[in-house]
Structures are given as C-alpha cells and as structure tokens.
Design a protein around this ligand. Structure first.
Ligand code: NCD
Length: 304
C-alpha cells in the first residue's frame, strides 16, 4: 500500500516510532556495509520550489541508497516559469509515470494538493510555515541516540517558532512521544494560543531553557517575516542567542540542535554550534536515514 507523508500532526505514535526505528536500522546497515531493501526501477521526482541544501541532498542520497533514480525539478528551470499551474505540473509528472514525489513549496498545504492529483506517494520536504516531517524524524532519532529516549525529557524549541515548519513538526512529534515541550522566543515570533501548537510558551530565554535536556534552535526566517517583527538581528541575538553564557541554565549534559542553515552569531555562537553540546552533524547524517525510512514506508515497504 502506498502512503503519503505530509505532516507529523496526523500520524499515530506507532507509525512515528516505526519510521524512527526503521531509520536507525537503515543507518546501522549502511554504516556496516550491509544490504538494504531496494526499490529498483522506481523513479522519484524531487520538486524543490524553495531553496534547500540539506533536505534535497539527503533525499537524493536516500533514494540512491534504495536503488532508485531521482528526477530533479526546480521552478526556475520548469514550465512553471511559462505559467503552468502546480496542478498541471503534477499531472504532467504523473503521466510521465514518475512513481513518487518529494516536494518543498512555499505554500502551506501544497503537498496535499499534489497528493490529490498525483495519486502516488508524496513526501513533504517542507511546506511554508506548516510542517517538515522528515526533519522532525531526523531530530527524534538524534535525541534518542544521545538521551536513549524522548519520553520525560524537557525540550526547549528556541527562536522563530511562528515561521518555522521545523518547530511545528518537532513540537507535535515530541509532545506525542511524551516530552515536555517549551516554545521559547520573543512574543512576536511565538504563535498565538489559537494556533493549537502543543507546548508551553516562554518569552524569556533563561526561564525557557532552565534545566532543559535538549535545546532546538531555529533560524530567523526573514523571508517569511513582516516588517517590524524583530527590531534587529543584533537585538534578537542579545536576548535569545544560545551561547556559552545562556547554556549555563540548561542541564550540564544538554544537547544543542539546529536544523540548518545556521546564522552564526545570531541563533548560536560558534562555541555552541561547534562545541561538545552540539549534535548538529548527527542531525544532518540522520536526515539521510530517516528519509530512506520515509521513502521506503511511503512506497509500501513493511519491516526492512
Ligand atoms: C529548514 C527549512 O527549510 O525548513 N531547514 C531544513 O530543512 N533543514 C529550516 C530553515 O530554513 O530555517
């Protein structure tokens, strides 16, 4: 049975746990040079309508490890510059017999529209301010590797929560799996309570990361901001930067995460981005393996 992966919010805990453990299994097999199941002769379209480094390359790597061919596609080089609608583009790829799609788009909900018209597996690689499910899976695997569990941990998600699809997918996943989720940032960058995001709001960094086991920092998403939401990046940094000084409030063995791309000197100082608390490189590596798991699962694979 083929499936889509659009959002963490609508997944059952069993499916989330399955994807994380399948990702861990693929990781150990690839590292040991062992065989993994293959989706030979399947072609997956990589539709990146917004810029990406990590997510795009890790989906390509994941497809490669599964023996698939990926077909790359970006707005600037496609017929969308000639006025073709998203729906017609998706239908074109369907009748060109692509087997699945990975899609990033600036509009929240675009992958749902794509899934409706494509008819096969569609994986959301980040849609607007909505969700980025595979990033949350990569982060969950990274947390489990460091802390052995998710349940009972205090996780502070710090920064531009309002515009961040990473924050949303992480908040849903971590809350479902039993973590105490805190959303930390200036009032203008924390969603209003009506946004129904799980977690407790904190507007003060020291309180928000007090005794935290995990700190997930976020990039200021200037491209999605209205004027005046933060007065300046410098002022934001002076109040919310996670650095050697603010880290003293978190647990001594806390881990620091960032989905990338990092604005060094704004969300994080170099000491924290590169130091012993940072698990950022693990997040990147785990991205490949959870995306293998996500593709395999969406193409109907069962136990590996
Ligand atoms: C993020 C994204 O694009 O949502 N990056 C990523 O995929 N790892 C975060 C960001 O752009 O800040």
């Amino acid at each position: 049975m083929s499936r889509n992966l659009i959002a963490i919010r609508t997944l059952e805990n069993d499916e989330i746990n399955h994807l994380i453990s399948l990702g861990a299994d693929f990781k150990s097999r690839i590292r040991a040079g062992e065989a993994v199941p293959r989706l030979d002769r399947k072609v997956i379209g990589m539709l990146f309508f917004e810029n990406s480094t990590r997510t795009r390359v890790s989906f390509e790597q994941a497809a490669f490890y599964l023996g698939m061919r990926s077909s790359n596609f970006s707005t600037s080089s496609s017929s969308m510059t000639k006025g073709e609608t998203l729906k017609d583009t998706i239908l074109t790829l369907r009748y060109e017999r692509l087997d699945g799609l990975v899609m990033r788009h600036r509009a929240s909900g675009a992958p749902v529209l794509a899934a409706r018209h494509f008819g096969g597996p569609v994986l959301n690689a980040g849609d607007g301010q909505h969700e980025h499910p595979t990033q949350a899976l990569a982060d969950a695997l990274t947390i489990i590797e460091s802390k052995g569990k998710i349940e009972g941990l205090t996780v502070a998600i710090v920064g531009d929560v309002e515009h961040s699809r990473v924050a949303r997918s992480n908040a849903w996943l971590l809350d479902k799996l039993g973590a105490d989720v805190r959303l930390v940032g200036p009032k203008t960058l924390i969603p209003t309570r009506t946004a129904r995001l799980p977690g407790t709001f904190y507007y003060d960094l020291e309180e928000g990361i007090d005794q935290a086991d995990v700190i997930i920092t976020l990039r200021l998403q200037k491209e999605r901001m209205k004027e005046g939401m933060v007065s300046s990046a410098g002022e934001y940094a002076s109040m919310y930067q996670v650095n050697s000084e603010s880290l003293r409030f978190a647990k001594r063995d806390c881990i620091v995460m960032h989905p990338g791309p990092i604005n060094r000197g704004i969300e994080l100082d170099d000491y924290t981005a590169d130091g012993s608390h940072s698990v950022i490189h693990h997040q990147i590596e785990n991205g490949v393996f959870v995306r293998m798991a996500a593709i395999y699962h969406c193409f109907g694979g069962g136990e590996a």
